[in-house]
Design a protein around this ligand. Structure first.
Ligand code: PEP
Length: 259
């Protein structure tokens, strides 16, 4: 069911790439190439050290600034962590939470992700919550179970009103940084499942309004087909967001079917 209520969002995750100068240059090139009449939302998530420089480069544009992670505590002895209010101070309005690289490399559990989601919501940041199955889980028919567990765990103890601004990113782990993209049908199928789970958790109105992005090797040459799927409301883009011309093409996607 296509919804005109859901404003598409294209997000760029720059991971642990770029110096401040490089990130500011890339942000400036993206800002310069944006259609001034663009109706959907664009979000950039540079590394922590680049936030100030990117914020300055984006001045005067409608592009949102996001972090790639957030601490669940506000202050204290948490060496290496960055709190929600520190992110807001740096100009962020959003925070990516639960990226598969955080789950896998930094051993973040659903419990930790739940605490981060609560902290981001409390501070007024828009959480971009990432979920997704590994190849092994997909091949052993566990995709739905994994997605359900991740969603139930992430939203535990959070009301529908509190979760209202949260954006969900479905990112099959096997498609991240691998060049293997889920087919539009595979992605659509997973998004329908995620939306059904959100209906079960928070009801129909919430499920119809929540934006679900697809992430996993989204490129200039596959975004149009993906964005033609009725339940794909945007994209979370890694590698392709590091090249201004390619990312601008992703941002200005042209659905091949009417949404
Ligand atoms: C990501 O970083 O979330 C991602 C989807 O990366 P890539 O587009 O490179 O697969």
């Amino acid at each position: 069911m296509a919804s005109t209520k859901r404003i598409p969002m294209i997000a760029g995750n720059w991971k642990m790439h770029l110096t401040s100068r490089e990130a500011a240059d890339l942000a400036a090139a993206i800002k310069k190439g944006l259609d001034p009449d663009l109706k959907h939302e664009v979000l950039l998530a540079p590394g922590f050290t680049c936030l100030h420089a990117v914020k300055a480069a984006l001045a005067g544009s409608k592009v949102f600034l996001s972090s790639q992670d957030v601490a669940w505590e506000e202050k204290g002895a948490f060496t290496g962590a960055v709190s929600p209010s520190q992110l807001i101070d740096a100009g962020c309005t959003a925070a990516i939470i639960g990226h598969s690289e955080r789950r896998k490399i930094f051993l973040e559990t659903d419990e930790i992700i739940n605490k981060k989601l609560k902290a981001a919501i409390k501070a007024g940041l828009v959480p971009v919550l990432c979920i997704g199955e590994t190849l092994e889980e997909r091949e052993s028919q566990k995709t739905y179970r994994v997605l359900e567990t991740q969603l139930v765990g992430a939203f535990a103890g959070i009301s529908a009103a509190e979760a209202a601004k949260t954006v969900i990113a479905y990112e099959p782990v096997w498609a991240i940084g691998t060049g293997k993209t889920a087919t539009p049908d595979q992605a659509q199928d997973a998004h329908v499942f995620v939306r059904k789970q959100m209906e079960r958790i928070y009801g129909k109105d919430y499920a119809e309004a929540v934006r679900i992005l697809y992430g996993g090797s989204v490129k200039a040459d596959n975004v149009d087909e993906l964005m033609s799927q009725p339940d794909i409301d945007g994209a979370l883009v890694g590698g392709e967001s590091l090249k201004a011309d390619k990312f601008l093409r992703v941002i200005h996607f042209q659905p091949v079917l009417s949404r």
